[in-house]
Design a protein around this ligand. Structure first.
Ligand code: GDP
Ligand code: MG
Length: 162
């Protein structure tokens, strides 16, 4: 079975855009893995030295459950299924309280966490990263998923952890 990474973060930070950039597909494959359900988005990233599965945890249905319940569900999913957690934040919105809530949950898992600071296109990258330095995540990378910038660096950081 291929190793798995999960994309986790608030709504609208760019998880699905990153998913598409990594898997180069708009229609996520539904991987043939035990426990897979249709409301999750699975794809395979094949652009690095070794392939791995990417889970877009924002693919869950659950509109009626409210944001907190939905986010909690997504975080649990990521923690259960993935070897590496990619915590996606939005450089334009900056650091929001919900980011901290999600990160606290992720940290409880003890699994490796990479912070992907997305939407840095048109911004000063160092400024964008600086705001998230308080997280203390050693691997904090700038990203522009929409422009496919930073995805190769992200893959390079992910692979040794798998
Ligand atoms: P999700 O809810 O986390 O899956 O976020 P989406 O991938 O659906 O993206 C939310 C919005 O952010 C969409 O309008 C995207 O086009 C936009 N977006 C995603 N990535 C980037 C990026 O790198 N730069 C900019 N400027 N916008 C982005
Ligand atoms: Mg999404």
């Amino acid at each position: 079975m291929l190793p798995v990474i999960a994309l986790v973060g608030r709504p609208n930070v760019g998880k699905s855009t990153l998913f598409n950039a990594l898997t180069r597909s708009r229609d996520a494959l539904v991987a043939d893995m035990p426990g897979v359900t249709r409301d999750r988005h699975y794809g395979v990233c094949r652009t690095g030295e070794r392939p791995f599965v990417v889970v877009d945890t924002g693919g869950l249905s659950g509109v009626d459950e409210g944001l907190d319940a939905l986010t909690a569900q997504q975080v649990r999913l990521a923690i259960d299924e993935a070897q590496v957690l990619v915590f996606v934040v939005d450089a334009r919105d900056g650091l929001l309280p919900q980011d901290r809530t999600i990160l606290n949950e992720l940290r409880r898992s003890g699994k490796p966490i990479i912070a992907a600071v997305n939407k840095t296109d048109g911004l000063d990258e160092q400024n964008a990263l600086a705001e998230f330095a308080v997280f203390g995540i050693a691997q904090t990378l700038p990203l522009s998923a929409a422009h496919n910038r930073g995805t190769e660096d992200l893959i390079a950081v992910v692979l040794p952890l798998l």
